[in-house]
Design a protein around this ligand. Structure first.
Ligand code: FAD
Ligand code: 2HG
Ligand code: ZN
Length: 478
């Protein structure tokens, strides 16, 4: 196999030098690094198909990559150096906006931020929203089935996608760019590629759903005595605000302490910082005044009921951005603090407070002093149950204790009928963890799909569950 053969079928940008390729071969967390024969950067779907056909003929594995902001190590190759890194970043045109149909067709490498902006220019909202939106791509968002901060109102990436264009593992270009809300014509191929982390094919374009642009957004920050109080506030917010409630995010006290330590320049809305905090956002279709009145009413009731000890409503857009900035800097603060263990879990919303209380106690019992950095999307039941070393410790032992801590957290998640990967995908980080809790039937069906679509196992091998051997479920699993 020679790169000169590859050149014969692909005349676009191909990077081979160590300096040019380095940024593509290490993930955002700097936890996984690999090697590749080259980095290809096609800017046409037909070129993606030609590259995949070449790889299929040569038996070369392919690692698709968008913005390389993924959290599970799925976007970088292994150390063998056999794979082609296929960067979709230059395949980034907006093909069509159809405001009447409330849809937009975009190529996979479009930045999420660009998709949001183009929708806004047409008076529409593309509601997927996450802190990496300036760097992640819509192809990556769909391939990880990303969640973010507006899932409780608009759903995750899957729910925002109507159609896909995909290059199959054999290098055929499948045009499934349907802009329909109803289409019952057989198996849903689109849903197979969404969340597949590039293990079944390469997404080259997508038709996504747009929503009406709200007239106003109003943001509040509230200190709550415990997570149980936060859950009562959530229930009340859902009952009284209905579809106007668009975000309900939480930070627990160790998160607030870590943000204060690591990023002292951040501005805080309340003097009180020792309790759990929730960030609530309401989007009003009519005007700001009615949204503000509704949020004030909610918070007044919550004060009287003792669910909130202090609260502030952002006076303007600048203040709202400051509130959001606290929440969005949590990942960076924890990264700056040093070694950490990430869990991206979901449990039924009604059981979140109980889950956190029990799991915190269990971890503290086994690992006194470690910090539970628990934050996230309380409104949809997805918490980042992360763990950092005790204060003033460098966490040298963290790599050794990671699997034992994973077991404690994930066994608890399983006991609460939850999921060990809510929005970040499995990649290499959670592949084995997810397999542990899946039934043999589910694993066999997943393998059958992978084998049918990618019989040579060349699409992002070793990531997600498709090429996982079908073994009996491990002890303790269903
Ligand atoms: P990459 O990281 O490049 O790739 C991710 C996976 O998708 C890989 O398996 C890759 O092979 C595959 N892939 C990429 N493009 C394609 C394609 N066109 N076809 C087939 N496969 C493809 N995630 C959330 O869900 N919610 C959050 O709130 C959130 N917040 C974040 C905050 C920060 C600060 C950071 C750094 C990350 C955050 N993430 C979050 C994780 C990450 O941004 C998302 O997973 C995002 O969807 C990844 O997009 P990407 O373009 O960077 O994909
Ligand atoms: C978020 O919600 C992201 O901020 C990142 O999903 C979570 O850092 C993390 O673990
Ligand atoms: Zn998240």
């Amino acid at each position: 196999m020679h790169l000169s053969d590859l050149r014969a079928c692909f005349s676009g940008r191909l990077l081979t030098g160590a300096e040019d390729t380095a940024a593509f071969l290490t993930d955002w967390r700097r936890r996984w690094s690999g090697r590749a024969i080259a980095v290809a950067q096609p800017d046409r779907a037909e070129d993606v198909a030609a590259l995949v056909r070449w790889c299929a003929a040569q038996g070369v594995p392919i690692v698709p990559q968008g913005g390389n902001t993924g959290m599970s190590g799925a976007s970088v190759p292994d150390a063998s150096g056999r794979a082609l890194l296929l960067s979709l970043a230059r395949l980034n045109r907006v093909r069509e906006v159809d405001p009447l149909n409330n849809t937009m067709t975009v190529e996979a490498g479009c930045l999420l931020h660009t998709v949001q902006e183009r929708a806004r220019e047409h008076g529409r909202l593309f509601p997927l929203s996450l802190a990496a939106e300036g760097s992640c791509t819509i192809g990556g968002n769909l391939s990880t089935n990303a969640g973010g901060v507006a899932v409780l109102r608009y759903g995750n990436a899957r729910e925002l996608c109507l159609g896909l264009e995909v290059v199959t593992a054999q290098g055929e270009l499948w045009d499934g760019l349907r802009a329909l809300r109803k289409d019952n014509t057989g198996y849903d191929l689109r849903d197979l590629f969404i969340g597949a982390e590039g293990t079944l094919g390469v997404i080259t374009a997508a038709t996504v759903k747009l929503h009406p642009l709200p007239a106003a957004r109003v943001t509040a920050w509230a200190a709550v005595p415990t997570l149980s109080h936060a859950m009562r506030l959530l229930e009340r917010a859902q009952n009284t605000l209905g579809a106007r409630l668009t975000a309900f995010e939480a930070l627990t006290p160790p998160c607030i302490e870590m943000l204060t330590e690591q990023l002292p320049q951040l501005r805080w809305p309340l003097a009180e910082r020792g309790t759990d905090a929730v960030l609530i956002e309401l989007s009003d279709p009519d005007d700001e005044a009615s949204g503000r009145a509704a949020l004030e009413g909610l918070l007044e009731h919550a004060f009287e009921a003792g669910w909130v000890s202090d609260a502030a409503i952002a006076a303007n857009l600048t203040q709202s951005r400051e509130f959001w900035s606290l929440r969005e800097h949590m990942t960076e603060a924890q990264q700056r603090a040093g070694k950490n263990i990430k869990h991206d879990i979901a449990v039924p919303i009604s059981r979140i407070a109980e889950f956190v209380e029990q799991t915190n106690a269990e971890i503290a019992r086994h690992y006194p002093g470690v910090r539970m950095i628990v934050f996230g999307h309380l409104g949809d039941g997805n918490l980042h149950y992360n763990v950092s070393p005790p204060k003033r410790s460098t966490g040298e032992d963290f790599p050794q204790i990671e699997s034992a801590i994973n077991r404690l957290v994930h066994d608890a998640v399983h006991a609460f009928h939850g999921s060990v990967s809510a929005e970040h995908g499995l990649g290499v980080l959670r592949r084995d963890e997810a397999a542990r809790y899946k039934s043999p039937v589910e694993l066999r069906l997943m393998r059958a799909i992978k084998h049918a679509l990618d019989p040579q196992n060349l699409m992002n091998p070793g990531k997600s569950l498709g090429d996982y051997p079908t073994e009996p479920a491990a002890e303790g699993a269903r």
